[in-house]
Design a protein around this ligand. Structure first.
Ligand SMILES: Nc1ncnc2c1ncn2[C@@H]1O[C@H](COP(=O)(O)OP(=O)(O)OP(=O)(O)O)[C@@H](O)[C@H]1O
Length: 329
Protein backbone atom coordinates (compact mmCIF):
# COMPACT_ATOMS: atom_id res chain seq x y z
CA UNK A 1 0.00 0.00 0.00
CA UNK A 2 1.17 3.48 -0.71
CA UNK A 3 -0.80 5.79 1.56
CA UNK A 4 1.17 8.18 3.67
CA UNK A 5 0.55 7.47 7.32
CA UNK A 6 -1.28 10.16 9.23
CA UNK A 7 0.85 11.82 11.83
CA UNK A 8 -0.66 12.55 15.21
CA UNK A 9 1.76 15.29 16.08
CA UNK A 10 2.19 16.90 12.69
CA UNK A 11 5.94 16.39 13.08
CA UNK A 12 8.17 14.38 10.76
CA UNK A 13 7.95 10.66 11.47
CA UNK A 14 10.94 9.30 13.34
CA UNK A 15 10.82 5.77 12.05
CA UNK A 16 9.16 4.81 8.80
CA UNK A 17 8.59 1.32 7.48
CA UNK A 18 7.56 1.44 3.86
CA UNK A 19 6.41 -1.43 1.67
CA UNK A 20 8.07 -3.94 4.00
CA UNK A 21 7.99 -7.59 2.98
CA UNK A 22 9.81 -10.47 4.59
CA UNK A 23 10.09 -14.11 3.61
CA UNK A 24 11.80 -16.87 5.53
CA UNK A 25 13.37 -19.74 3.66
CA UNK A 26 12.64 -18.46 0.14
CA UNK A 27 14.98 -19.61 -2.61
CA UNK A 28 15.26 -18.53 -6.23
CA UNK A 29 12.21 -19.94 -7.98
CA UNK A 30 10.60 -21.05 -4.70
CA UNK A 31 8.74 -18.84 -2.29
CA UNK A 32 9.10 -19.36 1.43
CA UNK A 33 7.06 -18.30 4.45
CA UNK A 34 5.69 -14.83 3.75
CA UNK A 35 5.84 -13.54 7.33
CA UNK A 36 5.37 -9.86 6.46
CA UNK A 37 3.69 -8.57 3.33
CA UNK A 38 3.79 -4.96 2.12
CA UNK A 39 3.57 -3.10 5.42
CA UNK A 40 3.81 0.67 5.65
CA UNK A 41 3.80 2.19 9.12
CA UNK A 42 5.36 5.29 10.67
CA UNK A 43 6.12 6.23 14.28
CA UNK A 44 6.25 9.84 15.45
CA UNK A 45 8.20 11.13 18.45
CA UNK A 46 6.60 10.17 21.73
CA UNK A 47 3.69 8.13 20.35
CA UNK A 48 2.77 4.52 21.03
CA UNK A 49 1.57 2.35 18.20
CA UNK A 50 0.13 -1.00 19.28
CA UNK A 51 0.55 -4.04 17.06
CA UNK A 52 -1.98 -6.83 17.54
CA UNK A 53 -3.04 -10.01 15.77
CA UNK A 54 -3.11 -13.76 16.21
CA UNK A 55 0.04 -15.74 16.90
CA UNK A 56 2.15 -16.12 13.77
CA UNK A 57 0.74 -13.05 11.96
CA UNK A 58 4.20 -11.47 11.73
CA UNK A 59 4.30 -9.01 14.65
CA UNK A 60 7.71 -10.03 16.01
CA UNK A 61 9.19 -10.24 12.54
CA UNK A 62 8.02 -6.69 11.83
CA UNK A 63 9.43 -5.54 15.21
CA UNK A 64 12.80 -7.07 14.39
CA UNK A 65 12.79 -5.41 10.98
CA UNK A 66 11.98 -2.06 12.60
CA UNK A 67 15.16 -2.36 14.69
CA UNK A 68 17.09 -3.83 11.72
CA UNK A 69 17.77 -7.06 13.60
CA UNK A 70 16.42 -8.48 10.32
CA UNK A 71 16.98 -6.92 6.93
CA UNK A 72 13.62 -6.97 5.11
CA UNK A 73 13.33 -8.92 1.87
CA UNK A 74 11.49 -5.93 0.36
CA UNK A 75 10.85 -2.31 1.26
CA UNK A 76 12.74 0.23 3.31
CA UNK A 77 13.27 1.24 6.94
CA UNK A 78 13.89 4.96 7.28
CA UNK A 79 15.04 6.74 10.39
CA UNK A 80 14.79 10.54 10.51
CA UNK A 81 14.31 10.41 6.76
CA UNK A 82 17.43 8.34 6.07
CA UNK A 83 17.24 4.88 4.47
CA UNK A 84 18.67 2.23 6.79
CA UNK A 85 18.11 -0.70 4.44
CA UNK A 86 20.15 -0.06 1.32
CA UNK A 87 23.78 0.70 2.02
CA UNK A 88 23.30 3.36 4.70
CA UNK A 89 26.35 5.41 5.69
CA UNK A 90 28.01 3.68 8.62
CA UNK A 91 27.64 6.80 10.81
CA UNK A 92 23.88 6.86 10.07
CA UNK A 93 23.52 3.15 10.85
CA UNK A 94 25.45 3.65 14.09
CA UNK A 95 23.13 6.49 15.08
CA UNK A 96 20.12 4.31 14.20
CA UNK A 97 21.39 1.38 16.29
CA UNK A 98 21.74 3.69 19.27
CA UNK A 99 18.38 5.39 18.78
CA UNK A 100 16.19 2.35 18.08
CA UNK A 101 16.18 -0.29 20.81
CA UNK A 102 14.19 -3.45 21.46
CA UNK A 103 12.91 -5.09 24.64
CA UNK A 104 11.85 -8.74 24.42
CA UNK A 105 9.39 -10.86 26.36
CA UNK A 106 12.30 -12.75 27.94
CA UNK A 107 14.71 -10.33 29.65
CA UNK A 108 17.32 -13.08 29.96
CA UNK A 109 18.24 -12.52 26.32
CA UNK A 110 19.55 -9.04 27.22
CA UNK A 111 21.43 -10.03 30.38
CA UNK A 112 24.55 -12.19 30.36
CA UNK A 113 24.10 -14.74 33.19
CA UNK A 114 27.85 -14.78 33.84
CA UNK A 115 28.25 -11.02 34.25
CA UNK A 116 27.06 -8.57 36.89
CA UNK A 117 24.01 -6.83 35.42
CA UNK A 118 25.81 -3.47 35.39
CA UNK A 119 28.19 -4.84 32.74
CA UNK A 120 25.26 -5.96 30.55
CA UNK A 121 23.55 -2.57 30.88
CA UNK A 122 26.77 -0.72 30.04
CA UNK A 123 27.59 -3.01 27.12
CA UNK A 124 25.76 -1.01 24.40
CA UNK A 125 27.65 2.08 25.58
CA UNK A 126 31.00 0.31 25.66
CA UNK A 127 30.36 -0.91 22.11
CA UNK A 128 30.03 2.73 21.07
CA UNK A 129 33.28 3.74 22.73
CA UNK A 130 31.67 5.72 25.57
CA UNK A 131 34.30 6.43 28.25
CA UNK A 132 34.17 4.49 31.54
CA UNK A 133 33.28 7.43 33.78
CA UNK A 134 30.41 8.43 31.51
CA UNK A 135 29.19 4.81 31.36
CA UNK A 136 29.12 4.65 35.14
CA UNK A 137 27.12 7.85 35.40
CA UNK A 138 24.63 6.65 32.81
CA UNK A 139 24.36 3.25 34.53
CA UNK A 140 23.40 4.90 37.81
CA UNK A 141 20.89 7.12 36.01
CA UNK A 142 19.11 4.29 34.18
CA UNK A 143 18.96 2.07 37.26
CA UNK A 144 17.26 4.91 39.07
CA UNK A 145 14.92 5.50 36.10
CA UNK A 146 13.72 1.89 36.23
CA UNK A 147 13.27 2.00 40.01
CA UNK A 148 16.29 -0.04 41.10
CA UNK A 149 19.04 0.81 43.55
CA UNK A 150 22.49 1.47 42.09
CA UNK A 151 23.82 -1.43 44.19
CA UNK A 152 21.93 -3.72 41.76
CA UNK A 153 24.72 -3.19 39.21
CA UNK A 154 27.11 -5.55 41.03
CA UNK A 155 24.62 -8.42 41.30
CA UNK A 156 23.99 -11.26 38.82
CA UNK A 157 20.78 -11.85 36.82
CA UNK A 158 19.75 -14.94 38.82
CA UNK A 159 19.59 -12.80 41.98
CA UNK A 160 16.61 -10.86 40.61
CA UNK A 161 12.91 -11.66 40.16
CA UNK A 162 11.32 -11.78 36.70
CA UNK A 163 9.90 -8.27 37.08
CA UNK A 164 13.26 -6.88 38.24
CA UNK A 165 14.99 -8.58 35.32
CA UNK A 166 12.58 -6.88 32.92
CA UNK A 167 13.42 -3.55 34.60
CA UNK A 168 17.10 -4.35 34.00
CA UNK A 169 16.45 -5.19 30.33
CA UNK A 170 14.64 -1.88 30.04
CA UNK A 171 17.58 -0.10 31.69
CA UNK A 172 19.89 -1.62 29.07
CA UNK A 173 17.59 -0.40 26.28
CA UNK A 174 17.44 3.08 27.86
CA UNK A 175 21.21 3.40 28.39
CA UNK A 176 21.97 4.77 24.89
CA UNK A 177 19.12 7.33 25.21
CA UNK A 178 16.93 5.91 22.43
CA UNK A 179 14.12 7.75 20.67
CA UNK A 180 12.26 4.53 19.71
CA UNK A 181 11.79 1.27 21.62
CA UNK A 182 10.16 -1.79 20.10
CA UNK A 183 8.50 -3.63 22.99
CA UNK A 184 7.78 -7.24 22.04
CA UNK A 185 5.36 -8.65 24.62
CA UNK A 186 7.37 -7.00 27.41
CA UNK A 187 5.08 -8.07 30.23
CA UNK A 188 3.56 -11.35 29.01
CA UNK A 189 5.84 -13.52 31.12
CA UNK A 190 5.09 -11.61 34.34
CA UNK A 191 2.45 -11.90 37.07
CA UNK A 192 -0.46 -9.51 36.57
CA UNK A 193 0.50 -7.18 39.47
CA UNK A 194 4.09 -6.96 38.21
CA UNK A 195 2.83 -6.36 34.67
CA UNK A 196 1.00 -3.27 35.86
CA UNK A 197 4.16 -1.91 37.51
CA UNK A 198 6.21 -2.36 34.34
CA UNK A 199 3.49 -0.78 32.19
CA UNK A 200 3.29 2.22 34.53
CA UNK A 201 7.05 2.51 34.36
CA UNK A 202 6.97 2.45 30.55
CA UNK A 203 4.40 5.23 30.57
CA UNK A 204 6.42 7.35 33.01
CA UNK A 205 9.56 6.94 30.91
CA UNK A 206 7.70 7.86 27.75
CA UNK A 207 6.19 10.97 29.28
CA UNK A 208 9.55 12.10 30.54
CA UNK A 209 11.78 11.20 27.58
CA UNK A 210 9.27 11.35 24.69
CA UNK A 211 10.31 7.94 23.41
CA UNK A 212 8.16 6.38 20.68
CA UNK A 213 7.00 2.81 21.35
CA UNK A 214 6.01 0.09 18.93
CA UNK A 215 4.11 -2.05 21.40
CA UNK A 216 3.54 -5.67 20.37
CA UNK A 217 1.06 -7.52 22.55
CA UNK A 218 -1.64 -10.15 22.73
CA UNK A 219 -3.18 -8.28 25.62
CA UNK A 220 -5.78 -6.10 23.92
CA UNK A 221 -6.78 -4.34 27.13
CA UNK A 222 -3.21 -3.18 27.67
CA UNK A 223 -2.83 -2.15 24.03
CA UNK A 224 -5.98 -0.07 24.25
CA UNK A 225 -4.76 1.60 27.42
CA UNK A 226 -1.25 2.42 26.20
CA UNK A 227 -1.55 3.12 22.48
CA UNK A 228 -2.54 6.21 20.54
CA UNK A 229 -2.87 4.18 17.37
CA UNK A 230 -3.27 0.45 16.82
CA UNK A 231 -2.39 -1.67 13.79
CA UNK A 232 -4.22 -4.98 13.40
CA UNK A 233 -2.21 -7.61 11.52
CA UNK A 234 -3.51 -10.69 9.75
CA UNK A 235 -1.25 -13.10 7.83
CA UNK A 236 1.61 -10.63 7.53
CA UNK A 237 -0.43 -7.57 6.50
CA UNK A 238 -2.00 -4.65 8.30
CA UNK A 239 -5.76 -4.99 7.79
CA UNK A 240 -6.72 -1.98 9.92
CA UNK A 241 -4.87 0.98 11.40
CA UNK A 242 -6.72 3.52 13.51
CA UNK A 243 -6.65 5.69 16.61
CA UNK A 244 -6.97 3.23 19.51
CA UNK A 245 -10.27 4.58 20.84
CA UNK A 246 -11.87 4.51 17.40
CA UNK A 247 -10.64 1.02 16.63
CA UNK A 248 -11.92 -0.46 19.88
CA UNK A 249 -15.26 1.37 19.70
CA UNK A 250 -15.95 0.92 16.02
CA UNK A 251 -13.72 -1.60 14.23
CA UNK A 252 -14.26 -1.58 10.47
CA UNK A 253 -12.51 -4.76 9.32
CA UNK A 254 -14.30 -8.06 10.04
CA UNK A 255 -11.06 -9.54 11.40
CA UNK A 256 -10.66 -6.63 13.83
CA UNK A 257 -14.30 -7.06 14.85
CA UNK A 258 -13.66 -10.73 15.64
CA UNK A 259 -10.36 -10.10 17.42
CA UNK A 260 -11.69 -7.24 19.52
CA UNK A 261 -14.99 -8.96 20.30
CA UNK A 262 -13.12 -10.88 22.99
CA UNK A 263 -12.73 -7.64 24.96
CA UNK A 264 -16.04 -5.98 24.10
CA UNK A 265 -17.59 -3.88 26.80
CA UNK A 266 -21.30 -4.13 27.63
CA UNK A 267 -23.54 -2.10 25.33
CA UNK A 268 -25.77 0.82 26.42
CA UNK A 269 -28.34 -1.69 27.66
CA UNK A 270 -25.69 -3.34 29.87
CA UNK A 271 -25.81 -6.57 27.84
CA UNK A 272 -22.43 -8.07 27.04
CA UNK A 273 -21.18 -7.53 23.47
CA UNK A 274 -21.46 -10.47 21.12
CA UNK A 275 -18.28 -12.51 20.78
CA UNK A 276 -17.43 -13.48 17.21
CA UNK A 277 -15.87 -16.91 16.94
CA UNK A 278 -13.87 -17.25 13.74
CA UNK A 279 -14.48 -20.37 11.69
CA UNK A 280 -11.73 -22.31 9.99
CA UNK A 281 -8.03 -22.54 10.54
CA UNK A 282 -5.59 -19.69 10.17
CA UNK A 283 -4.09 -20.34 6.70
CA UNK A 284 -0.37 -21.01 6.49
CA UNK A 285 1.76 -17.94 5.67
CA UNK A 286 3.31 -20.04 2.89
CA UNK A 287 -0.13 -20.47 1.31
CA UNK A 288 -1.95 -17.14 1.65
CA UNK A 289 -5.43 -17.15 0.03
CA UNK A 290 -5.90 -15.25 -3.24
CA UNK A 291 -7.75 -11.93 -3.05
CA UNK A 292 -8.33 -10.77 0.51
CA UNK A 293 -6.13 -12.88 2.83
CA UNK A 294 -9.00 -13.00 5.34
CA UNK A 295 -11.57 -14.20 2.75
CA UNK A 296 -11.28 -17.88 3.73
CA UNK A 297 -12.60 -17.09 7.25
CA UNK A 298 -14.76 -14.05 6.60
CA UNK A 299 -18.53 -14.34 6.90
CA UNK A 300 -18.98 -11.45 4.46
CA UNK A 301 -16.68 -12.70 1.72
CA UNK A 302 -17.96 -12.93 -1.85
CA UNK A 303 -16.30 -13.64 -5.22
CA UNK A 304 -14.91 -10.11 -5.39
CA UNK A 305 -13.17 -10.60 -2.01
CA UNK A 306 -11.81 -13.96 -3.11
CA UNK A 307 -10.32 -12.57 -6.32
CA UNK A 308 -9.18 -8.99 -5.62
CA UNK A 309 -7.02 -7.99 -2.70
CA UNK A 310 -8.38 -4.86 -1.00
CA UNK A 311 -5.87 -2.04 -0.55
CA UNK A 312 -5.37 -0.46 2.87
CA UNK A 313 -7.33 2.73 2.34
CA UNK A 314 -8.00 5.76 4.51
CA UNK A 315 -11.78 5.97 4.92
CA UNK A 316 -11.90 8.41 7.83
CA UNK A 317 -9.10 10.69 9.04
CA UNK A 318 -6.33 8.44 10.33
CA UNK A 319 -8.45 5.31 9.99
CA UNK A 320 -7.28 2.87 7.31
CA UNK A 321 -8.97 -0.41 6.43
CA UNK A 322 -8.15 -3.14 3.91
CA UNK A 323 -11.63 -4.49 3.21
CA UNK A 324 -14.11 -4.38 0.32
CA UNK A 325 -16.99 -4.16 2.79
CA UNK A 326 -15.67 -2.10 5.74
CA UNK A 327 -18.03 -1.54 8.61
CA UNK A 328 -20.51 -4.26 7.53
CA UNK A 329 -21.74 -6.58 10.24
N1 LIG B 1 13.35 -17.51 11.95
C1 LIG B 1 12.28 -17.97 11.29
N2 LIG B 1 12.39 -18.91 10.33
C2 LIG B 1 11.31 -19.37 9.66
N3 LIG B 1 10.05 -18.93 9.86
C3 LIG B 1 9.88 -18.01 10.82
C4 LIG B 1 10.97 -17.46 11.59
N4 LIG B 1 10.49 -16.54 12.47
C5 LIG B 1 9.15 -16.50 12.26
N5 LIG B 1 8.78 -17.37 11.28
C6 LIG B 1 7.43 -17.58 10.76
O1 LIG B 1 6.95 -16.32 10.31
C7 LIG B 1 5.58 -16.18 10.65
C8 LIG B 1 5.42 -14.92 11.53
O2 LIG B 1 6.04 -15.18 12.80
P1 LIG B 1 6.15 -14.06 13.95
O3 LIG B 1 6.93 -14.66 15.07
O4 LIG B 1 6.65 -12.81 13.35
O5 LIG B 1 4.63 -13.90 14.35
P2 LIG B 1 4.00 -13.25 15.67
O6 LIG B 1 2.76 -12.57 15.23
O7 LIG B 1 5.03 -12.42 16.35
O8 LIG B 1 3.66 -14.51 16.54
P3 LIG B 1 3.59 -14.61 18.15
O9 LIG B 1 2.48 -13.71 18.57
O10 LIG B 1 3.31 -16.05 18.40
O11 LIG B 1 4.94 -14.16 18.66
C9 LIG B 1 5.15 -17.47 11.35
O12 LIG B 1 4.56 -18.32 10.38
C10 LIG B 1 6.46 -18.04 11.84
O13 LIG B 1 6.39 -19.44 11.91
Amino acid sequence: MTETQPDRTGSEPLLELSGIGHEFGGRPGRSGVRAVDDITLALSPGETVGLVGESGCGKSTLGRIATRLYRPTRGAVRFEGKDMTHKPKSADLKAFRRAVQMVFQDPNGSLNPRLPVGASIEEPLRARGVARAERRTRLAEVLEEVGLDTSAAARYPHEFSGGQRQRLALARALAPQPSVIVLDEPTSALDVSIQAQILNLLQEIQQRDRIAYLFISHNLGVVRHLSERVAVMYLGSIVELAPAKELFEDPQHPYSMALLSSVLEPGDDGAPGEQIVLKGELPSPSDIPAGCPFSSRCWLADDHCRSERPALTERAPGHLTACHKPGSH
